[in-house]
Design a protein around this ligand. Sequence first.
Ligand code: INI
Length: 154
Amino acid sequence: MKELEGRLDGTGLRFALVVARFNELITDQLLAGAADCLIRHGVSRDDLQVIRVPGAWELPGACARVASRGGVDGIVALGCVIRGDTPHFEYVAGEAASGLGALNRTGDVPVGFGVLTTDTVEQALERAGTKAGNKGREAAEATLEMATLFRDLS
Ligand code: INI
């Protein structure tokens, strides 16, 4: 039986980290976790590009342009959508998830989903480097694994 899976070796790979400024107290922590993960796995700091956008709504458009421009092996999308009193949350979170999902399925490079969708600020903080880990780090690690897998599959 032959098995194929990605590796956590980022030597020579290039990544774009596309990060939303909305809720930046939290997204800055997701960014720190994602960058630290990739560097620890061998990605050169010079091969990381950080691209900032206003909010999670803007993530799919920016990631699509980065993907079509080329020059990266993977993209990590980072954002934080916190539920409010109106249906606004559903639209922003839904569009970010479906837009990034479509891009991940159809593009040449993997797009990691490091977008928190939570009911409260506390839940978001827990997932941005406190008791529930750092979802930016997890998204970066998965993107690295998929980037090496995509290389092997191409
Ligand atoms: N953007 C976020 O990233 N998180 C949110 O929680 C959020 N809320 O709640 O409104 C949010 N809104 C802004 C949105 O992403 C766009 O930047 C804005 O609508 C302009 O297009």
